[in-house]
Design a protein around this ligand. Structure first.
Ligand code: 5AD
Ligand code: SF4
Length: 469
C-alpha cells in the first residue's frame, strides 16, 4: 500500500544514486516534490505508533516522502521499543536484513525511540552500519540528521532527554479512520524497578490541555469517533489546575466523540473523581486497564509499585461498587526472587478480581533499571514460562466465561469495518474493548456508528452475533 499519492513518481534519490554518496543532492528541507523515500517500521506500544505519526509529520514538512516497501526506500527507520527482551531481538533481526540492503544500495539506516536512547553506545559501536540514532526527545532533529547522512555520509546522534519536549505544536500525520490516539503526557517518574521507560523517555511532563482539546476537535472534524488518551503513566497528567479526571471529561464532552479510553494508568493515582468520570460519563468507556504486575507484597515492594495486594484489592472494590466497569491488567511473572508461594499470590488476586483480560509477561532484565542493579534475575526461564502459562490458561478460561455470560444479551458495538476473515461479516469492539464479529445485515452500518449486536456465541477473545433490531 502506498501511503503517499505522489510516491510512485520519480524521486531525486534513487537507490542507485545513493550508492555514489556523498554526491550532491538537493536538501529535502525545501519542500521537494520528490524527496528521499522513507520506510518506517514501528515496534512496541501505542505510544510508539503515535510517535511515528509525529515523525511522519516532521519529515513530511521537510519534503521527505514515504513508502510502505522497505526495498524501495532510500531511508529505513526503526521506531523501537526497549521494554522487553523480545523487542530487542526483533529489531536485531530486522537490522541484519537491512544491513545487506545498505551494502547493496547504500541506504541510510536510522534507529529511533527507546532502544536508541537505551543502547546508544552499544548500537553505535557494535553496529557501524547504523547512520542515525534518535531518542524519543530528539525527533525534531531527525530531518537534519537524515539530510547529513544522505548528503555527506555523516553519522548523527540525538539522544539528549528533555524536561519540556511534548511536541505540542506538531500535528501528527495519521492514517484515516475512526480511531484517534493522543499522547497527553510523556515520560515517567515512577521508576518501577523493572522498567526501562524512565530512562528511555525521561521525566514526566504533561501537555497543555488547550493543545490536546484542539487536537481532539480536529480529529472529531475528520471523522474520528473514538479517542484513546495515551501516557506512560497517563493518570498522573497534571497541568496547572488540570488533573487527568478533568481532562478526560473535557475530551469526552467534545461533540462527535462517542468513546474515550485511556492507557495506561497506575493504580496509585486513582482519585474518586476519575472513577466517577469512568462510571458516569456516557462517552467514557467503562473499562479500566489496571496493571497489577504482582499480587505479592514483597515482590510489589521490590518492584517499587507503591501499593500492596490489599491496596489494589480495595481499589478494585471501590471501582466495582460503581457498577459494571470492566478491568484488564498487566502481570509480570518470575520477577527477581519470586518464590512459588509469592507467585501463587498473583494467581489469588486474579481469582479474586476476575479480569476480562490479562497481558502476561515473563520478567526480562533491562539495562540501567533499579532491578538490574539491585537484584539478581534468578528465576530460571523455564519456571517463568511455566508460571506465565498457568496465568494465561486461567485467564483464557475467565475470559471465555465472561464472554459466554453475554450470550443472549445485546451489546453496543462501534463499527470498524469488515471482519478480517470474511467479507460477509463486520467487526468492532464493545465498551469493554472485546472484539465483536457479526453477520452483515442487508443495509451495512456506517463505520463509526454504534450498533446493537445480539450475542449468540463466544470465544475467549471474541464475541459473535447478529444485528439486533
Ligand atoms: N519485563 C517484563 N515485563 C515488563 N513490563 C515492563 N517492563 C518489563 C520487564 N522488564 C511489562 C509491564 C508493563 C507492560 C507494558 O510491560 O507489565 O505494564
Ligand atoms: Fe514503567 Fe512503572 Fe512508569 Fe509504567 S509506571 S512506565 S511500569 S516505571
Amino acid at each position: 500500500m502506498l501511503t503517499e499519492p505522489e510516491m510512485s513518481s520519480a524521486h531525486l534519490l534513487t537507490p542507485a544514486s545513493l550508492k555514489k554518496r556523498p554526491m550532491a543532492v538537493s536538501s529535502p528541507s525545501l519542500g521537494h516534490h520528490s524527496g528521499p523515500r522513507v520506510y518506517i517500521e514501528t515496534f512496541g506500544c501505542q505510544m510508539n505508533e503515535y510517535d511515528t505519526e509525529l515523525l511522519r509529520a516532521l519529515l513530511k514538512a521537510r519534503g521527505f516522502q514515504f513508502t510502505s516497501e522497505g526495498n524501495e526506500a532510500d531511508v529505513v527507520l526503526f521506531n523501537t521499543c526497549a521494554i522487553r527482551e523480545n523487542a530487542h531481538n526483533r529489531l536485531y533481526g530486522h537490522l541484519a536484513e537491512f544491513k545487506r540492503a545498505k551494502q547493496e544500495r547504500g541506504i541510510v539506516i536510522g534507529v529511533l525511540g527507546c532502544m536508541a536512547q537505551n543502547l546508544k553506545k552499544d548500537l553505535l559501536e557494535e553496529r557501524p552500519f547504523i547512520d542515525v540514532l534518535v531518542g524519543p526527545d530528539g525527533y525534531r532533529r531527525l530531518p537534519d540528521l537524515l539530510t547529513d547522512a544522505l548528503e555527506y555520509d555523516k553519522r548523527g546522534l540525538a539522544v539528549d532527554l528533555s524536561e519540556s519536549e511534548t511536541y505540542d505544536d506538531v500535528v501528527p500525520d495519521r492514517a484515516e479512520g475512526i480511531n484517534g490516539w493522543i499522547a497527553v503526557m510523556r515520560g515517567c517518574d515512577n521508576f518501577c524497578s523493572f522498567c526501562v521507560v524512565p530512562y528511555t523517555r525521561g521525566r514526566e511532563r504533561s501537555r497543555d490541555p488547550k493543545g490536546i482539546l484542539e487536537e481532539v476537535r480536529r480529529l472529531a472534524d475528520q471523522g474520528v469517533r473514538q479517542i484513546t488518551l495515551l501516557g506512560q503513566n497517563v493518570n498522573s497528567f497534571r497541568y496547572e489546575q488540570w488533573d487527568f479526571a478533568k481532562l478526560l471529561v473535557r475530551v469526552a464532552d467534545i461533540p462527535g466523540i462517542q468513546r474515550v479510553r485511556f492507557m495506561s494508568p497506575h493504580p496509585k493515582d486513582f482519585p474518586p473523581a476519575l472513577i466517577e468520570a469512568v462510571a458516569e460519563h456516557p462517552h467514557i468507556c467503562r473499562h479500566i486497564h489496571l496493571p497489577l504486575q504482582s499480587g505479592n507484597d514483597r515482590i510489589l515492594e521490590r518492584m517499587g509499585r507503591c501499593y500492596t495486594q490489599l491496596d489494589y484489592l480495595k481499589l478494585v472494590e471501590v471501582i466495582q461498587r460503581k457498577g459494571a466497569i470492566t478491568l484488564t491488567t498487566d502481570i509480570i511473572c518470575g520477577f527477581c526472587g519470586e518464590t512459588e508461594d509469592e507467585f501463587q499470590d498473583t494467581l489469588k488476586v486474579m481469582h479474586a478480581v476476575e479480569f476480562q483480560a490479562a497481558y502476561v509477561f515473563k520478567y526480562s532484565e533491562r539495562k540501567h533499571t533499579i532491578a538490574a542493579r539491585k537484584y539478581p534475575d534468578d528465576v530460571p526461564d523455564q519456571i517463568k514460562g511455566q508460571r506465565a502459562n498457568q496465568l494465561v490458561e486461567w485467564q483464557k478460561q475467565m475470559s471465555l466465561q465472561k464472554n459466554r455470560s453475554l450470550i443472549g444479551q445485546t451489546v453496543e458495538v462501534m463499527v470498524e469495518g469488515h471482519s478480517k476473515k470474511s467479507s460477509s461479516q463486520w467487526m468492532g469492539h464493545n465498551e469493554a474493548n472485546v472484539t465483536v464479529v457479526w453477520d452483515q445485515s442487508d443495509e451495512p452500518s456506517p463505520v463509526g456508528a454504534l450498533v446493537p449486536v445480539l450475542i449468540d456465541d463466544a470465544s475467549p477473545s471474541t464475541l459473535f452475533g447478529h444485528l439486533s433490531s
